[in-house]
Design a protein around this ligand. Structure first.
Ligand code: ME8
Length: 506
């Protein structure tokens, strides 16, 4: 039986156009989704847009548009982003879809039936930017901890009995130490919960744009209760017999930015426990990008447009940079000089040169054919071969912890050693002295490049594809199955290679 793997991005608000931050989360999920597929898993990778709530309503009104017209347009931008980034998502959910309304209403009814929702009146702070309620003690100088402006809100509201879930949540974190990553975030969440939870307002009456509360149409469901449910709606919930739901729930990983961890790590598990549904297996909160040291914000005019940088530097280059430059989980800075250093150093010099040197030597000196498998290994050969043969299992461990930068570092270590192997063995000299040894050296190198390019497919799908084409590796022989011991590169004819990663000057 196949293993199943369900991974989700946050669903993005349609109040604004997509930027590099959204691209970052989506690319990270895409890399994992692709990795798991190559590893034999049946993967569902979900992304989409969060279209309800006061923030979107306000943005639409400011442009004299109806919320749905506005949402249609911006959601389309996020959909185009999935193509632009070469995402392999299996579905794109919009919270304005019927399937989502049905699921959200059902969750609401479950919470009512299980006596976890009651009617009262909310009086407190609300930050429109975060679509979040804050307690008095969280407000400093009239701002939320996130820096968002807050307003005082008083209106009738339904409440979810969040305060009764404190102990159960803490027990759950204790029993599932892997539930929240990185560990520092787990500690943050625990101390937030230990600090005491207040019941959560889960409906609003002061605007219209959202899913109406079943049996009380004056109330609109709180946008976060609506939004979080998307992870279930996309599986055909409330039909729990639906195969998608059966196979993919609970989700393996909700990937989020650190800004929305509280909603995913506290509210969402509490809602699910209260509704009697299983909890996701893992939540990873990644860090925040700045632009040349400054916070990315529309008012500062320093938003990084994914289309622009992809046009300037190339998609695979950006995908690589984002996941290599910064340890996943930490904050990072997007600087042109760092980007160019990665592209010209890691990609052009290291990987690009390795492929170009080795494949063109094979083309020129081995009758345009990958040499036959090496039969006599020197001690140096054995050390190098062992290193790249062990790479898959080492990289898998890092990927399962979302340590993308570590996985890439390990791969680039091997690339660097492969380049050293070329220099040391000097196959261009062997051409005149020992043809058979030259063939062996080039076979070992071709095999190392095959291994490396199979492993980098999730990160750089189109560049790795080109390298594997240059080595004449069949398309159906590019999964991790083909990195098993005793599977080797075939002695196929090859074409004259052209460089994959041109150097970029600013
Ligand atoms: O919060 N650096 O949507 P949103 C890194 N609709 N990541 C960034 C970033 C940055 N500078 N800026 C944005 C919402 N992100 C809700 C989610 S989920 C049920 C509902 C990424 O459009 C990061 O993943 O504000 C962050 O969590 C997300 O975009 C916020 O997107």
């Amino acid at each position: 039986m196949k293993n199943y793997y369900y991974i989700t991005t946050p669903i993005y608000y349609v109040n604004d156009k997509p930027h590099i931050g959204h691209a970052y989360t989506s690319i990270a999920c895409d890399v994992l989704a692709r990795f798991k597929r190559l590893d034999g898993y049946n993967v569902k990778f979900l992304t989409g847009t969060d279209e309800h709530g006061q923030k979107v309503e306000k943005a639409a009104i400011s442009q004299n548009r109806t919320p749905i017209e506005f949402a249609d347009e911006i959601s389309e931008n996020f959909k185009s982003l999935t193509d632009l980034l070469n995402l392999s998502n299996d579905d794109f959910i919009r919270t304005t879809e019927k399937r989502h309304k049905v699921a959200s209403e059902n969750i609401w009814k479950k919470l009512i039936d299980n006596n976890h929702i009651y009617l009262d009146k909310y009086a407190g702070w609300y930050a429109l930017k975060d679509e979040a309620f804050y307690s008095e003690k969280e407000i400093t100088n009239g701002k939320a901890p996130t820096g968002a402006d807050v307003q005082w809100v008083e209106e009738p509201s339904y409440f979810f009995d969040l305060s009764t879930w404190e102990e159960k949540l803490l027990d759950f974190y204790e029993e599932n130490p892997e539930f929240i990553s990185p560990l520092s975030r787990m500690n943050e969440v625990k101390s937030f919960v230990r600090g005491g939870l207040r019941d959560l307002s889960v409906s609003r009456t002061s605007f219209q744009w959202g899913i109406k509360v079943p049996n009380d149409n004056n109330h609109i469901m709180y946008v976060w209760l609506d939004a979080l449910t998307n992870y279930l709606s996309a599986l055909g919930y409330p039909n729990t017999k639906n195969l998608s739901y059966v196979n993919f729930w609970p989700a393996d990983l909700h990937m989020v930015g650190k800004d929305i961890l509280r909603f995913h790590a506290v509210y969402w598990p509490a809602f699910l426990m209260a509704a009697g549904l299983p909890l996701p297996k893992r939540i990873f909160a990644h860090g925040w990008w700045t632009n040349e040291g400054r916070k990315i914000s529309k008012s500062d005019g320093n938003i990084i447009d994914p289309l622009e940088i992809i046009n300037n530097y190339g998609l695979d280059q950006i995908r690589y940079f984002l996941l290599r430059e910064v340890p996943f989980g930490s904050d990072g800075d997007f600087s042109k000089s760092a980007l160019l250093a990665r592209i010209n150093g890691d990609l052009s010099n290291d990987l690009g040169n390795l492929c170009q040197r080795v494949i063109s030597m094979i083309y020129k000196n081995c009758e345009r054919k990958i040499p036959n498998k090496c039969q006599n290994y020197s001690d140096e050969d054995k050390i190098f071969i062992k290193e790249f043969q062990n790479l898959y299992s080492k990289v898998s461990i890092e990927m399962n912890n979302q340590s993308f930068h570590q996985a890439l570092k390990m791969i680039w270590n091997v690339i660097s050693n492969a380049n050293k192997f070329v220099d040391l063995q000097a196959p261009w000299k062997l051409k005149n002295t020992n043809i058979s040894r030259m063939n062996d050296v080039l076979w070992i190198l071709a095999e190392s490049i095959r291994t490396i390019s199979i492993l980098i497919q999730p990160f750089m799908p189109s560049s790795s594809n080109k390298i594997l084409n240059q080595l004449s590796v069949l398309e159906e022989e590019r999964t991790f199955e083909f990195l098993k011991p005793n599977v080797f590169i075939k002695s196929n004819l090859i074409e004259n290679p052209s460089p994959i990663f041109p150097r970029i000057t600013d």
